[in-house]
Design a protein around this ligand. Sequence first.
Ligand SMILES: C[S@@+](CC[C@H](N)C(=O)[O-])C[C@H]1O[C@@H](n2cnc3c(N)ncnc32)[C@H](O)[C@@H]1O
Length: 139
Amino acid sequence: MLDLGAGNMDLQNHLPLGCTYIPADIVSRCEGCLVVDLNAGEFPDVEADCVTLLGVLEYLHSPEETLRKARERVGRLIFSYAAYWHGRTDYRRGMGWVNDFRRADLEAMLARLGWRIDVVQNLKLRWRTREYLIACSLT
Ligand SMILES: C[S@@+](CC[C@H](N)C(=O)[O-])C[C@H]1O[C@@H](n2cnc3c(N)ncnc32)[C@H](O)[C@@H]1O
């Protein structure tokens, strides 16, 4: 499991025995953490069955490029994203989020890239945000 933008690596505590966890982030989070700047077009050169991007795409100037690279290398994708819902976007910039995709934009992007959406789960409904967890596999 390749966890891009691993942060505190909470995901590691929820994986089944035998699943290898590979954290990657823009700064090293632990010994062995891969350092990668997704905004510089980098992508870890490792083999993985699944890539996760949990709360990370919001910080990327070209998330489509990261999802394209993931599609070329990995067969499964799980990501969460706080989708733009309505109103002003300044609160998103305040969070450090640099893009404003709606759910339909995400779905169109995934279809363009050849990711099939298998599951969409609503995580949080906020004032101007809808946060989704989306699992994809190859079309
Ligand atoms: C909101 S945190 C989410 C952390 C973790 N995935 C979680 O769900 O708890 C966003 C993470 O993305 C990482 N990140 C932001 N921009 C990045 C970039 N350009 N390249 C790689 N990681 C990045 C941050 O360092 C941070 O760890």
